[in-house]
Each structure stands twice: as C-alpha cells, then as structure tokens.
Design a protein around this ligand. Structure first.
Ligand SMILES: Nc1ncnc2c1ncn2[C@@H]1O[C@H](COP(=O)(O)OP(=O)(O)OP(=O)(O)O)[C@@H](O)[C@H]1O
Length: 267
C-alpha cells in the first residue's frame, strides 16, 4: 500500500482559488469556491454528476472559455498570479497548467510528433537533439517509453486506449507544466490501464501538482492527498461542501452531506 497523504508539513500553494463563480451564459454553474491546491500533492475533486467538477478544473487553466459564452467571477492565482488578469497569455497559461481529458485524444500523427508538437510550437527554438531527449524523457515520465521506443514514428492512433492516455500525459509533460489537470482520466480504461495511470500520478507528484476529477471514490482514496467534495441541490448550482486531507474526508467528514456521499448513500 502506497502512502497517499501529505509527504511533509511544508506546504506550498500552487493554486489559490478565491470566491470563484462560473456561469454558462446567464446560468450559474459554480458559486463562491475557495480552495488551495498544494504543490506536489494530488487533489481529488469528487461529487455527484452535474455538481460542477469538470467546470471547476476547466476554470483552472481557462480552457472552459473554449465552450462559448461563459463568465467567471472571483480569482484563481497560479503561484500568486491571477490567471484571469486581462493581460494573461492563454497559450502560456495552458502550457503551465496542462490538461488530460476523459477520452484519450492523441493527434492523428506519429507518437514522436504528438509529444514534440507542443514543444515545437512554443516560443523557444529547440534543436533536434534536444527535442529527441524531451520526447524520450516525457515518454519515460509517462511510463510508456518501453512500450513505444521502437515505434516512435508510427501513428499514435494504433496504440491501445491506456497507451493513448499515457501518451497524452507525455504530451502534457513535454512542455514542463507546473500543474496537471486530469478530468476522469481513467473512466474509459480497463483496470490494468487504470492502475498504470494511478501509479504514474503517484510518481508525477514529485515533479508537479495534480488536480483530478474522479467519479471513483476508491480511486480518490487511493491516489489523492487532499479531497474536495462538491455538491448541488435543486438550484443546480455547484458548491464546495468540504475540503480536507483525503483520509479525513473519507474517515471522519465534518459535513453530513460528505458523509452520505463517501459512504455511498447518494450520488
Ligand atoms: N458547455 C456547457 N454549456 C452549458 N451548460 C453546461 C456546459 N457544460 C456543463 N454545463 C452545466 O454545468 C453544470 C455542471 O456541469 P459539469 O460537467 O461541470 O459537472 P460534473 O460534476 O463534472 O458532472 P459529471 O460528473 O456528470 O461529469 C451542469 O448543470 C451542466 O449541465
């Protein structure tokens, strides 16, 4: 059994969320979320369907804005800088705060090019030899190097679903993000592929900070250091009910709604 709780008492803040509300058009989906996401730890966001978990993590790199007319109130600070400041460079933000989605989404190109793509379109010029080593270290970092090292120039679409998801993680790692957001990254995967991603998350937190949305409470308990429980009611507005160390949220939650959810009484 691996340790899945804070490694030290020395907690640094990677992301600070202050009074965050989110609207799709005029419809409020999230209300006044306050949360600290600690550096080099895994934070799980759990809660029933429709409570705004995906909306929340997509607000942490402003990728939710690609979904049309949306509005945000409040503040999200990444290492002290408000990502909603009008002068923020969105490409740069999304390199610093990478994202992996529910369904693996490799580009229809080779394994190598998938990983190299983000590096090539970046502002810094990279030499071919350096690119090769970034591709190799990213694939190693995503624990897929041994499976693909002999077919780097084959199409990524020929990989299994679990391999594609690790490739997408390698692609995100290649641009050296500070934070990795994962929106139900294992929901399309079988148990073996899921275990590989979970092991990977465990080792990746030494280098970066992870926030993961999961429907799977056992998974949240296994892999996260901190857990935020979100919920909603007939208003359909998502709110954070409770946040704490994962072991506390699962063993002695303060709020009865959290207790009902983690003990399987609703959701
Ligand atoms: N693009 C969108 N346009 C309008 N409303 C949306 C959009 N995406 C989500 N919503 C609404 O926002 C609310 C929160 O949705 P969200 O997907 O964030 O919840 P969730 O907790 O991640 O749900 P699930 O667990 O089912 O994936 C829901 O009422 C949903 O219908």
């Amino acid at each position: 059994m691996k340790e899945a709780y804070p490694k030290s008492n020395q907690l640094e803040t990677a992301i600070q969320v202050n009074n965050l509300s989110f609207f799709y058009g005029v419809v409020r989906a999230l209300e006044s979320i306050n949360m600290t996401i600690f550096e080099n730890h895994v934070t799980a966001i759990i809660g029933p369907s429709g409570c705004g978990k995906s909306t929340f993590i997509k607000a942490l790199n402003r990728i939710g804005e690609l979904e049309g007319k949306v509005k945000t109130e409040g503040e999200v600070q990444l290492y002290g800088q408000n990502i909603y400041h009008p002068q923020v460079n969105l490409n740069q933000l999304r390199r610093q705060v990478g994202m992996v989605f529910q369904k693996p989404n490799p580009f229809p190109m080779s394994i190598y090019e998938n990983v190299a793509y983000g590096v090539k379109i970046g502002e810094e010029k990279v030499q071919r030899g350096d690119l090769d080593s970034i591709v190799e270290s990213s694939l190693k970092g995503a624990a897929i190097w041994n499976e693909v090292k002999d077919k780097l120039h084959k199409s990524a679409l020929g990989l299994s679903g679990g391999q594609q998801q690790r490739l997408c993680i390698a692609r995100a790692l290649a641009v050296k993000p500070k934070v990795l957001l994962m929106d139900e990254p294992c929901s399309a995967l079988d148990p073996i592929a899921t275990t590989k991603i979970e092991d990977l998350m465990h080792s990746l937190r030494n280098e970066l900070t992870i926030a993961i949305v999961t429907h799977n409470m056992q998974q949240a308990a296994r892999i996260s250091d901190y857990t935020a429980f979100f919920s909603t009611d007939e208003s359909r507005i998502g709110r954070m009910v409770e946040f704490g160390e994962t072991k506390q949220i699962f063993s002695s939650p303060v709020d009865s709604r959290t207790n009902d959810y983690v003990s399987g009484r609703f959701g």
